[in-house]
Design a protein around this ligand. Structure first.
Ligand SMILES: [Zn+2]
Length: 401
């Protein structure tokens, strides 16, 4: 077992990170012993992890963060940092390490207010004397202000601060930031490797693991959810029935409403629990000294939290709709492959009947138009068009004729 176990099908990235973690460790050790730091080092202060959704950008960044904090005694014997079970590795992996800070977008942006403390901290030394790691999960969602704050910090980093930025592609990050980063590109992991992981780590039956990995086309998180979550399977089945359902205007509008409602329900379920816990924690922190009564002047803080929670809920709903759109795109890709007589079975093998029927009843040009309609819906959602409006436009365009 090691911190790299969940990094699937990314040998080139794994090798670079392993070498950097080793050099980083040598540097810490040399400084602790008052020795000269090693001359050539593969370690650097800013990294940019890019790759398609689900390939494991954050997984790679988190594994690297853990390897940098590894305090396993094996390192002294030439072992690679990142054992996976020492205090440093373990707490970094579960997110409780004092010197590993994770920043994620709440809502569609990372606001500068959410970055300020972190940026300030990035100029200080790590608490444990190793590395101060700041992992920015959605560097593509930095807005102008927060990106500028990060840029300054990346330009003049403290000697033991490491920035790990994750984004879908290099172009999603400001040129001035990315020019300071070492870029690592993850690729879509092979279906077999994802299936193997589901069997090994999650105890999924091999056949179900393969079907889930294939249906999700190398998206690790979605494959795991599909293989292990009954609700996710039911949702996918409903979404993939949509192409056969939208025969007329009434059916198209009903289908749109159902999709949007289901996404809203996902968001409600996901946020209910976490919101209540956050609110309780904040109340406890603010009111602890007041015998449980809320002290004066804290209403603003509570309001900020509520605004954050609302943004997060909107984003969860968006993410849920996004999943449905991916499923639909996959469906029509399969239809197109059948229509064009492409070799290899469909990704959605379990939907073969519906795929064949749709392929028979329509022309390839129509399939292409439908794929475009799904993309247009995603674009509209990105531009904050009201979800129901965007989805209705799509389901209307998916109708026959
Ligand atoms: Zn370790």
């Amino acid at each position: 077992m090691s911190v790299w176990d969940d990094l699937i099908g990314q040998d080139h990235v794994r090798a670079q990170l392993g070498a950097a973690a080793r050099d980083a460790d040598a540097l810490v050790t040399a400084e602790a012993q008052g020795a000269e730091p090693p001359e050539a080092s593969k370690m650097t202060h800013a990294w940019l992890f890019t790759g398609p959704p689900g390939a494991g950008r954050t997984t790679a960044a988190r594994a690297f963060a853990a390897a940098l904090q590894c305090v396993s005694p094996d390192r002294a014997l030439g072992g690679e940092p990142g054992c996976g079970f020492c205090e440093g590795c373990h707490t970094a992996m579960i997110g409780t390490h004092a010197d590993v800070t994770t920043i994620a977008a709440i809502g569609s942006q990372i606001l500068v207010e959410n970055m300020r403390d972190t940026v300030r901290m990035s100029y200080t030394s790590p608490a444990n004397g190793r590395w101060q790691v700041i992992l920015v999960q959605d560097a593509d969602r930095l807005n102008e202000k927060s990106a500028n704050a990060v840029l300054k910090a990346v330009e003049e980093p403290a000697s033991r601060t490491v920035w790990l930025l994750c984004a879908p592609s290099i172009e999603d990050v400001l040129p001035t930031i990315r020019s300071r980063c070492r870029a690592l590109t993850l690729r879509t992991p092979p279906v077999d490797a994802v299936a193997d992981m589901l069997v090994r780590r999650d105890g999924v039956e091999p056949e179900a693991a393969y079907a889930a990995a294939r249906a999700t086309q190398g998206h690790i998180g979605r494959a795991r959810k599909l293989a292990t979550d009954e609700r996710a399977r039911a949702r996918r089945a409903t979404v993939l029935k949509l192409p056969l359902r939208v025969a007329d205007v009434g059916a198209a509008l009903r289908a749109a409403q159902e999709l949007v409602d289901a996404a809203a329900e996902d968001a409600r379920q996901a946020s209910e629990e976490i919101d209540a816990k956050e609110t309780e924690e904040l109340k406890a922190a603010l009111g602890a000294a007041q015998g449980g009564r809320m002290p004066r002047g804290t209403a603003g803080v509570m309001k900020d939290l509520e605004a954050d929670q609302k943004r997060r809920k909107t984003r969860t709903q968006r993410d849920s709709l996004d999943l449905a759109l991916s499923d639909l795109t996959g469906f029509y890709r399969d239809v197109l492959a059948l229509q064009l007589g492409a070799r290899g079975g469909p990704a959605n093998e379990d939907m073969r009947d519906a795929l064949e029927r749709t392929a028979r009843d329509s022309a390839p040009e129509q399939t292409l138009r439908r794929i475009e309609a799904v993309f247009a819906c995603r674009d509209a959602l990105d531009r904050n068009v009201a979800p129901l409006l965007a989805v209705e436009a799509m389901t209307m365009a998916l109708r026959a004729g």
